[in-house]
Structure formats: C-alpha cells, structure tokens
Design a binder for this molecule. Structure first.
Ligand code: 4AD
Ligand code: MG
Length: 477
C-alpha cells in the first residue's frame, strides 16, 4: 500500500482508495477521531476509528504527540472543514508519548514557554508554519539569484578580518588548554591562536564576496554570521543568516534596484507557495491583536501587508532629508522619542527608523548617503567629502532589514580611510590588491534572513523565526 503525505491526501482525488499515512497525533477525541499531522501541511487529516474493532489497550496509547502509522480507506468527510478523512482499518503506535509529561499539550502555549522547548516547539502549528515559510523563503533566495546570473560563493566562517570594524566578534580558539602559548608578560597570547593568527567567527562575508565579484561579476553568499553584541532585543541574534549579493560595475542606484527587486520577488514567491501557512499566521496575528488597544493594532492584515510591499515602490530618501524630517517634527511628536535628533551626523536609532517607515512614509524606505563617520571603512566616499554611498532599507514593524553600499574602489582614498581609522593595513593586503589589479565600481548589500522571516510571518520576536536561537541568554541547545 502506498504511503502518502497528508498534504498529498488532502489535495488528491483518491477517494475510496486504501492509503497509509504516518504522523503525530494532534488530538484524539471521543475515542474515535484522531487528528493526525505529518508536517507536510498545516492541516491535519481526520482518522476515524471504530473503537469496537480495536483493542482498548492499543487505543489508550493514542495520545497527543504519539507517532502512528495508519492504514484505511480514504472517504469524503462528513465533518465540516475537511474534504476527506480516513476510516481506519489498521493502526500501529510507532512511538508513545506520555500525556502526563509531554510538554506540548493540545492547548495554546505562550511563545515564551515554547522558547524553552526549542526541540519540541516545531510540533505546534505556529512554529511548523513559520519554519515551512522560512524554508520556502530560503529556496526563493537561491532561486532569485540563480535565475538572474549570480554565482553562489561559500565565504569562510573562520576569518582573520573584522568586516564591519565594530569589534563584535567571537574569537575562535585552538589554544591548547593545558599549555596555552604565553607572551612575555606571561599572559595567553591570542596572536598565536589559530595557525599563529588571531581569528574570529565571521560577522559578514562581504569582503571575501567582493573578491569573487571582481572575477565572476555577480555573486551572492547566504550563510551564518555571528555578532558578539550584547543586545537583548527582539531584532538581534548572536548567530543569524545573512544574504549578501555583490555585483561588479553596479553603482548605488543599481544596488537599490537589485535589493528592491529581490525582496519583492521572494515575497511574491511565498505568497504563491505558502498560502495556507500565511493564512494561518495571519489569523494567529488577528487573534493576538484582539487583546491590544485599537491604536496599537496594525492597519493591514499580514497578507495585505506582504502584497503591499511586493506591489509598491520603496521610498528612496537621503539621510539628510530624513534628518530634516525628524528635526521638523513638532515638539509633541519629538517628545515621544527617547533620543532626540537635532543635528546632522547623528546615527538614527531604531525608534527614528520606525517613525519614518510606519508613521511618516507608511511604506518601506531606502535611506542613502549617510555620514561617513557613522558607517564602515569600505564605503564609497561621495564628492562632498562627508557622506558615503551607503543604503539601509527600513521595513514596517522591523526597522533595518538591509544594510549595503557602493564600495570604495579607489586605492588612495581607501588607504587614507584605513589610516584614519587605525586599521592595520597589513591585515587587509588581499582586499587592497583588488584596488591595485583591475579595480572597478562595485556594490552589494546584506539582508538579515531572520528579519525577512519576521516580516513574512508577522512574528514579533526574532527568537521565534530561527530553529535554535543564539542570544546572550539562550544557547542551551
Ligand atoms: O548592516 P550590517 O551590519 O551590514 C553588513 O554586515 C554588510 N557587510 C553587508 C553587506 O554590505 N554585504 O548587516 C546587514 C543586515 C542588517 O541590515 C540586518 O538585517 C542584519 O544583517 N543583522 C542582524 N540580524 C539579526 N541579528 C543581528 N545581530 C544582526 N545584525 C545585523
Ligand atoms: Mg547596518
């Protein structure tokens, strides 16, 4: 007998055929109705047991979380909300699940509670839906770039450079714990750490991706990145996945076009391919919002919001214009900010970014031409000598989702910048080589994958869109 996934069965025309399914029990009602799920879809298949035909001891083992193999006849369902159901002929309990100790009960658990159960939370509808959307989004990312002539580059995880210059790196240690190398002062000498070099987990694959763009033209990376920043927010992880395209001969405008086209494409892809899960997540959000005051509720439903982003142009605004908008806020509005921006050159806080996106423009915003002083060393200096060709994309409900720039391609300007910031030129010799041999205008950006999943699923905390979140508080699993 052929084994089917529940997704196949629910969308099939197999009525009256004998089928076999395997999955986990969601609920077992009245000693008669088993709702079975196998992860292939948000929907369960109802399996109807005629309990008189089955051993009582066997049915006792059918409880929430147990793994079953069921064979039976697929028939049109009498119940509401499902097209077909299985009349069970054969039932085998593959793995029992003790109802007294199984943490995932058939009731609503809080997301905080489930965070402590990262190994089991994907058995809930919410997490299963989020993780399926995450998987499809990941495929959509590769699909977009592969369809558009980009090559995927696997950049290193262990690296000697600090791409962002922010000093937020996890050190990689190979030190012999019993006999670590010591310096003259008798302290552990990290400079001798990894093959005689100080090394870290990567904060970004950008610098290495640049080297490949300068030969393959259009490349992208999609890999794990690490930031040892101690920010305990709903938007930061210590380990997250980043998508970083890098394109030779693209200037900042072309970089903005690419980022916008890419984001719209992957959102369209999940709208087309994750309809059921998105509908479920939309309803989850509506239920959650019912408990909030009207003013705090979002004015668009999830799917409407995704469509809005995929169909409308992002607003492009220079940093200078954005500061003017923030400066011209009425004192009343300004008071709402924890940190008031009154001068050019200040770094925007997430409260300002969200104000611009959610209250002022009411659409995704691309901010560009930031002050050089608040951005990384590799960004292309503008002719005004004080701004760089940087861009950040800000999203409603999220804040910064993309950070990117046109790169400084002029050796002399880059060298001046490196000196000014006190960066060790020797460390970047290979990066500087790119400016010596066939240098060219090029650009790229980094998109935080989890922030995209947050937006796509309407979840509120970044810890809930990655299977095993790493934060300063949580790296237990
Ligand atoms: O703005 P960032 O730091 O830019 C870079 O790393 C560049 N090298 C990218 C490039 O041009 N190739 O990070 C890029 C994006 C942010 O916009 C944000 O979406 C995400 O990465 N991000 C984080 N996501 C989750 N947790 C964190 N701690 C993050 N830090 C950055
Ligand atoms: Mg950034």
């Amino acid at each position: 007998m052929k084994s089917y996934s529940i997704k196949e069965l629910l969308s099939s025309n197999l009525s009256l055929q004998e089928v076999t399914v395997k999955g986990w029990v969601k609920t077992f009602r009245s000693n008669r109705f088993i709702a079975l799920n196998d992860g292939s879809t948000i929907n369960n298949i109802q399996c109807v047991v005629n309990f008189e035909n089955f051993d009582e001891a066997l049915l006792k083992k059918v409880s929430t979380g147990a793994a079953l193999e069921i064979s039976g006849t697929l028939v049109e369902s009498q119940g509401r909300g499902q097209s077909v159901e299985i009349q069970v002929n054969k039932l085998e309990v593959l793995g029992v699940s003790d109802p007294d100790t199984y943490p995932i009960q058939p009731k609503k658990h809080s997301l905080e509670f489930l965070r402590e159960k990262a190994h089991l939370r994907v058995r809930t509808n919410t997490f299963a839906a989020v993780m399926r959307v995450r998987s499809v989004l990941s495929f959509a990312v590769h699909r977009y770039f592969q369809n558009n002539g980009f090559y995927n580059v696997h950049t290193p995880i262990i690296t000697g450079s600090d791409a962002e210059g922010a000093g937020e790196m996890f050190r990689v240690s190979t030190l012999n714990q019993k006999k670590p190398p010591l310096n003259e002062a008798g302290e552990i000498d990290f400079k001798q750490d990894f093959f005689g070099k100080e090394t870290n987990l990567t904060v970004s694959g950008q610098l290495e991706a640049e080297t490949y763009a300068m030969a393959l033209g259009k490349v992208y990376t999609f890999g794990p990145t690490f930031r040892a920043e101690n920010s305990n927010t709903s938007r930061h992880l210590a380990e997250f996945w980043m998508i970083e395209p890098e394109v030779a001969f693209n200037d900042l405008d072309a970089n903005m076009d690419l980022a916008e086209d890419f984001i719209k494409d992957v959102i369209n892809y999940i709208l087309e391919n994750c309809a059921e899960d998105l509908k479920f997540l939309e309803q989850r959000l509506l239920d959650e919002e019912k408990s909030k005051p009207q003013a705090e509720r979002s004015d668009m439903d999830l799917i409407e919001k995704l469509k809005f982003v995929s169909e409308n142009n992002f607003k492009r605004v220079s940093y200078t214009e954005a500061i003017d908008i923030l400066k011209s806020c009425t004192p009343n509005k300004k008071k709402k900010f924890k940190y008031i921006i009154d001068e050019w050159g200040a770094d925007l806080q997430s409260e300002h970014e969200r104000f611009l996106v959610e209250k002022h423009f009411k659409c995704p915003v691309i901010l560009f031409d930031y002050p050089a002083k608040i951005k990384a060393f590799y960004m292309r200096l503008n002719d005004d000598g004080k701004t760089v060709r940087a861009m950040d994309i800000l999203f409603p409900g999220i804040g910064e989702i993309v950070g990117g720039s046109q790169r400084e391609e002029r050796l002399d300007v880059l060298l001046d910048k490196i000196k000014e910031l006190g960066i060790d030129e020797e460390e970047l010799w290979w990066y500087l080589d790119l400016r010596k041999f066939g240098t060219a205008v090029h650009s790229g950006f980094g998109l935080g994958f989890e922030r995209l999943v947050l937006f796509a699923t309407g979840m509120g905390n970044i810890r809930d869109v990655i299977p095993f979140p790493r934060t300063p508080q949580n790296a237990e699993f």
